[in-house]
Design a protein around this ligand. Structure first.
Ligand SMILES: Cc1cc2nc3c(=O)[nH]c(=O)nc-3n(C[C@H](O)[C@H](O)[C@H](O)COP(=O)(O)OP(=O)(O)OC[C@H]3O[C@@H](n4cnc5c(N)ncnc54)[C@H](O)[C@@H]3O)c2cc1C
Length: 470
């Protein structure tokens, strides 16, 4: 754990940045360099977030650093004077809708008041239930990627499935760890040439990266099935096999593979709970179905002192996260009278626009989650567990959704306890939203305090930790 983890109970700063991934690090660096007092809080033991995930010293010694540029960025952030609070989970917002409530690594209560709040909380992996998804040996691609990077071999024989460009590098990372990847199953048809894929020619570096993954998979004899999804994972005590079917024709079996590792995920969805608690207006993204904060191009939310950056603003990859973090910081500096270089802001805007072009291309090539997730949820067999924490089946959710008032997601949660367990709907949220009846009412899982499980002592202690005005 970092040395700089101990924090007094009430903290103030010019800017509080929540999340030390690429977006939060970039924002914090820019703000601190301009002379602002910046607090950077992250629940992980080390700063870096998902992309620059910093393994502990033993792992670094054993397998090396697969993204050393992340370590260099963290070092620059520290050198700029940012107060880094690792192991600090922001779990809520006080009644003033301004003071952040956090818990230290030891579970002590910490209040944070800042003139600006930058939410850089990243993304969740998008999971969709299927029969057998609760079996040991079934994991998300992000977890498989992280464990592989840390030298852990999660299985001997794997299938990687779901949708999105992330599946290919994950399959390659597994191969590097000596896992025999028998197949990649992609729900869409992104690798079949068509009018949309012509757009890829405008991004030669990305095309070359894709080609290198494809070549590695081909060398290892990995089949890439398109229009294919996981219908069922089989096994008694852990996953032993997987049945893959056509996405466009669920009755058609594509293959059944014996595996001891199944990695399934449908991309990423923004982690926007903190901005919602801070009162930021949100919209439903028509393409992804995700709840996203309403933002200016520089990440300013409807609450003027709150900015949302990186994947929390919409999944778009690490380079965009870095650029969004900087853009928000420059905007904050401009509004605080420390006018940053105009040319710099213009260059950043152009860079962001070019990155947005690639995000649009990706969205055009892979199936839109707003259609994919409900289609998968509709075909779920009744006894499939949707909420693994509270053991609620698809049939139970459907019955609650069909009852009076069932178009309301909170009513479905209340009637079934789905989404009310330890993970607070982080896993089953998209499926719950997709299974509801539609119609009036709240169609999204609400953001609720606490954002993470925390010791009761951290809440009780709050009464003794008065906030300070900023
Ligand atoms: C599991 C997973 C694995 C991924 N692996 C890759 C990969 O290998 N390659 C790739 O290109 N992309 C990967 N991504 C996508 C990745 O999120 C982005 O490319 C990039 O890391 C986004 O940067 P960010 O700063 O927006 O968010 P992140 O890097 O996700 O950083 C967000 C940080 O916020 C912290 N945080 C969130 N909520 C709180 C809270 N309430 N209190 C305190 N701290 C909080 C998190 O601990 C995290 O460190 C992965 C995503 C996930 C979810």
């Amino acid at each position: 754990m970092s040395a700089d983890t101990a924090a007094p109970a009430a903290l103030t700063a010019d800017a509080a940045v929540v999340g030390a991934g690429p977006a939060g690090l970039a924002a914090a660096l820019e703000l601190a360099r301009a002379g602002l007092d910046v607090l950077l809080l992250d629940e992980q033991a080390e700063p870096g977030g998902q992309y620059y995930r910093r393994p502990g010293p033993e792992v670094l010694d054993a397998v090396g650093d697969h993204r050393p540029e992340g370590g260099r960025l963290v070092a620059r952030v520290r050198a700029a004077g940012v107060r880094v609070l690792s192991g600090h989970t922001v779990w809520g917002v006080d009644d003033d809708r301004r003071t952040l409530l956090a818990a230290s690594p030891g579970g002590a209560a910490v209040r944070v008041r800042a003139r600006w709040v930058v939410a850089a909380t990243g993304a969740y992996e998008r999971s969709v239930p299927f029969p057998g998804w609760q079996l040991p040996g079934v994991v998300t691609p992000g977890l498989a990627q992280h464990m592989s990077a840390e030298g852990v071999r999660l299985g001997r024989r794997a299938v990687v499935a779901g949708s999105g460009p992330f599946l290919l590098p994950v399959a390659c990372a597994l191969l590097e760890r000596g896992v025999r990847v028998v197949a990649v199953a992609e729900a869409g048809r992104p690798y079949t040439p068509g009018p949309a894929s012509l757009g890829a020619l405008r991004f030669p570096a990305r095309l070359a990266e894709l080609a290198s993954y494809a070549a590695r998979l081909a060398r290892h004899g990995v089949r890439v099935h398109q229009d294919t999804v996981v219908a069922r994972a089989h096994g008694a005590d852990r996953v032993e096999a997987v049945t893959l079917t056509r996405f466009s024709d669920p009755e058609r079996v594509v293959a059944r593979h014996g595996v001891d590792l199944l990695c399934v995920g449908y991309g990423f969805r923004p982690q926007a709970d903190l901005p919602r608690l801070l009162g930021c207006a949100v919209d439903r993204d028509p393409a992804t179905g995700d709840t996203v904060p309403r933002l200016t191009p520089t990440g300013r939310s409807s609450v003027p002192h709150v900015y949302v950056v990186g994947e929390a603003a919409g999944a778009a990859g690490a380079p965009t996260a870095l650029a969004r973090g900087r853009a928000a910081a420059l905007d904050i500096l401009a509004s605080s009278g420390r006018a940053p270089d105009r040319g710099e802001r213009r260059r950043l805007a152009v860079h962001l626009a070019s990155l947005a072009g690639f995000t649009r291309l990706t969205a055009a090539l892979y199936p839109a989650p707003a259609e994919l997730v409900p289609a998968l949820a509709r075909r779920l067999p009744g006894p499939t567990l949707v909420c693994r924490c509270e053991c609620v089946t698809a049939d139970a959710v459907r019955a609650a959704a069909a009852a009076e008032g069932g178009s309301d997601v909170p009513a479905v949660k209340g009637g079934t306890r789905a989404g009310m367990g330890l993970c607070q709907a982080r896993e089953c949220g998209p499926a719950l939203e997709a299974l509801r009846a539609g119609g009036p009412g709240t169609g999204t899982v609400p953001a609720r305090v606490p954002l993470r499980p925390l010791p009761l002592a951290a809440v009780l202690e709050l009464a003794d930790t008065p906030g300070e005005d900023v």
